[in-house]
Design a protein around this ligand. Sequence first.
Ligand code: HXC
Length: 314
Amino acid sequence: MPLPKNEYVSNVWKDGIFANKVVFCTGGAGTICSAQVRALVHLGADACIIGRNAEKTERMAADIATARPGARVLGLGDVDVRKPESLQSAADRCVKELGGIDFVIAGAAGNFLASMAQLSTNAFKSVMDIDVLGSYNTVKATMPYLLESAVKHRTDGKTPPANGTGGRIIFVSATIHYTGAPLQTHVSVAKAGVDALAHAVCIEQGPRGITSNVIAPGPIGSTEGMQRLSRAGSTATQGKGLPSGRWGTVKEIADATVFLFSDAGNYVNGEILVVDGGAWHMPSTGPGQEFQYPDFLLSDAAVTGVKGGKKAKL
Ligand code: HXC
């Protein structure tokens, strides 16, 4: 049974705007990225999503394919963004089976709440490796294909591109590093790196027709991220105290994605599109706030009651 359209994309976009286009997405089985891909597929694209968990990734690909009759969606599991070779094989297979790569979403990420006292060097490195190195590996594996697409779909900003847009990449980041947040050292450092990478891609590849942007989601309800960051993570009705008064929806991130990849986003390059209902302007409502600052930090205790909590060493 296909997911109702209003759960993953708004009605303002024209059907078919991404016809004959292919999106490659890391972390594509996740709650946010799957909505981004589902929206693009609904609007005409074919897709290749990759992930570490084969069963979850294949199941999600089959589900996303229900967004449009005739859609082709590959789900490639056992692919870890930390391993450049497996990522390269996935990108090559995507091109072989679907004909190219026009859009990339670098969405794979790792997160958990932990103070520095609870954060080993390897734990810090794990998140850096997934977020920063994984995003770089994604750029390296897909850039030759994105460049081919950029040549075919270059626009002067006046004439609508005859065959649509292409040669675009979006990195999924966060806002926590703008102000800082307790228990998020590893993710703050990693996401700052992801933002810098997106800007570097814009500067180096922009002259070849690539656009490279960041979407920075705020608290989005019913996502794995919020289950990891908040004890009330699975409740979609949170958000009191935020300027917009609620947590966001995955549809709102998907709409931002459609904008950046569409003809409406041609001249947006090297930009960070924050989609957070104004939340980052209220850092006191960000992740980690449930754990009383600074008392919780001073206790050196491990975080409990959230998904991804630290497992005790046996
Ligand atoms: C402290 C922890 C920990 C915790 C793991 N570690 N969880 N340390 N507190 N809660 C430590 C482990 O003890 C180990 O260090 C090291 O991290 C690696 O752990 P592994 O489990 O071996 O690694 P791996 O299987 O690669 O898992 C990576 C992971 C995991 C990041 C730790 O959480 C993961 O796979 N996450 C992917 C899914 C995910 O996080 N999605 C949420 C994305 S949301 P030692 O020293 O013991 O070897 C998101 C939103 C950001 O990113 C927005 C922010 C506002």
